[in-house]
Design a protein around this ligand. Structure first.
Ligand code: SF4
Length: 218
């Protein structure tokens, strides 16, 4: 059988594993995570530095990735990182998962975009965007596709980093998640204050901790 180019392409994979969704609005549901190698940022509190150390990945082709994901018998797959958009062939992976009848979650820092995603079936794609300091920049082409905006509440974040003109259409949709950094008590208090401040400007938000860490899951 003649192989297509896409099928020959190998992705740099850090890990593929089953867990529960630990962050954001889908928390608690079983998900298979595919962690891609590489990230364009270097956040000070990053807890997945191994995803861009340049030595922790293996290379897998599409069929091997799909086979492993489907072996768990779960209909949701979350592409995470690192930064998934850092891989220029992200669209090939997403398209393949959709063809395999999987719902695809993508966790992104929002700074990058891939034009080839534009024509895919967006009813099967859920984008969680977690803008990062200091600029909280989100690529303008990604903005219309964001399903959920998640902010890590750390000692530096301000209300103005969340209540921004760029995000206004997303803010209206009740899809804002405030995630206290490392589940620290003082960041939980700060999240409560920001939640209250957002309410005053008509924006609902959810405070959700990293539940997989509370439960000591991967
Ligand atoms: S964007 Fe995410 S993976 Fe990249 S450095 Fe920041 S926290 Fe880590």
């Amino acid at each position: 059988m003649k192989l297509l180019k896409n099928e020959l392409y190998k992705f740099k994979i850090i890990e593929i594993f089953r867990s529960i969704e630990g962050e954001g609005r889908w928390v608690g549901l079983p998900v298979v995570f595919v962690r891609l190698e590489g990230c364009n940022l270097r956040c000070s509190w990053c807890d997945t530095t191994y995803s861009y150390d340049g030595k922790s990945f293996i290379e897998l082709d599409l069929e091997s990735i799909v086979e492993k994901v489907k072996s768990y018998g779960i209909k949701r797959v979350c592409i995470t990182g690192g930064e998934p958009f850092f891989n220029e062939n992200l669209h090939i992976l997403v398209k393949k998962f959709i063809v395999e009848d999987l719902t695809v979650f993508i966790e992104t820092n929002g700074t990058l975009w891939n034009e080839n995603l534009e024509n895919l079936d967006w009813s099967k794609i859920y984008i969680t965007c977690s803008p990062k300091p200091p600029f909280y920049f989100v690529h303008k082409k990604l903005l219309p596709h964001i399903s959920e905006l998640k902010f890590v509440i750390d000692e530096n974040i301000k209300l103005s980093d969340i209540f921004k003109a760029d995000y206004i259409n997303i803010l209206k949709n009740d899809t804002i998640v405030l995630q206290p950094e490392s589940n620290k008590r003082e960041m939980i208090e700060k999240a409560l204050t920001i939640q209250n401040d957002l309410l005053k400007v008509g924006v609902e938000s959810r405070i959700i901790p990293q539940c997989h860490k509370v439960l000591n899951l991967p």
